[in-house]
Design a protein around this ligand. Structure first.
Ligand SMILES: CC(=O)N[C@H](C=O)[C@@H](O)[C@H](O)[C@H](O)COP(=O)(O)O
Length: 234
């Protein structure tokens, strides 16, 4: 696992990261819209942004140059779809993400590389201008994924895919049990709680369970879903 203690991780510890994503065909799917949402999230106290797609990432990096940015590139919605290959990861980095989120499961990757080789390649490549190498966040779906990803050298472990790979139940809120299991087995490896955190109390519970930092997406930045929650209640 990585022994680096990057300052960007310190800046995120105990703080909120807001995921700003709109899905194909949705009204808010526009880089300008996502950049404005990201700025609004920072104004509200977020310490970092997570975003998808090269155009969104490039604009957010330009508008918020001092904000830690976790980038990903989704390819489809099935199997290994979060930044699935080294080529996608390099593009996300080159678009301006200081942290590249990649699929961190043990499933085979479309380019045939292991996660370890993917991480090593990214760590070994200069980003120019004395900038530190990009950090890699492994989006995991289980404890075994997390252990393997830490072994592979991932800088941050995320619970992003818990409930989406068949290894863990799709809990109503965050998978607090998984967060606690990973925190206990990987002390010292930055742990990002992500997925189905819908209330401030759930965010606090994720931190309490052992997460270093918390990502909230839908509940802050996806009005169609939030509206649906309210509409369904009436
Ligand atoms: C499983 C998957 O594709 N997760 C994606 C990863 O980037 C996003 O669709 C989620 O919105 C993000 O993880 C934040 O989670 P939530 O929106 O539940 O707060």
């Amino acid at each position: 696992m990585s022994t680096a203690t990057p300052t960007v991780v310190d800046a995120l510890r105990g703080r909120l990261i807001v995921s700003c994503q709109a899905y194909p065909g949705e009204p808010m799917r526009h880089p300008e819209t996502m950049a404005q949402i990201a700025k609004a999230a920072i104004a509200g106290g977020a310490a970092g942004i997570r975003a998808q797609g090269l155009a969104d990432l490039a604009l957010i990096a330009e508008r918020l140059p001092d904000t830690p940015l976790i980038g990903l590139w989704k390819v489809g919605t099935e199997g290994v779809f979060i930044t699935p290959t080294l080529r996608h990861a390099r593009a996300v980095r080159d678009a301006g993400a200081g942290i590249v989120a990649v699929d961190g499961t043990r499933r085979p990757r479309p380019d045939g590389l292991t996660l370890a080789r993917t991480v090593a390649a990214l760590h070994g490549e200069s980003t120019g201008d004395d900038a530190p190498p990009v950090l890699v966040m492994a989006d995991c779906g289980s404890l075994d994924d997390a252990l393997a990803a830490a072994d592979a050298g991932a800088d941050l472990i995320g619970t992003t895919l818990a409930g989406y790979t068949g290894d863990r139940p799709g809990t109503d809120g965050p998978d607090l049990e998984l967060i606690a299991l990973i925190a206990a087995r990987l002390p010292g490896v930055p742990l990002v709680a992500e997925g189905r955190i819908h209330t401030p109390a759930q965010a606090a519970a994720a931190r309490e369970a052992g997460a270093d930092t918390v990502v909230v997406g839908t509940a802050i930045t996806h009005p169609t879903t939030i509206t649906g929650w309210f509409a369904a209640a009436l």
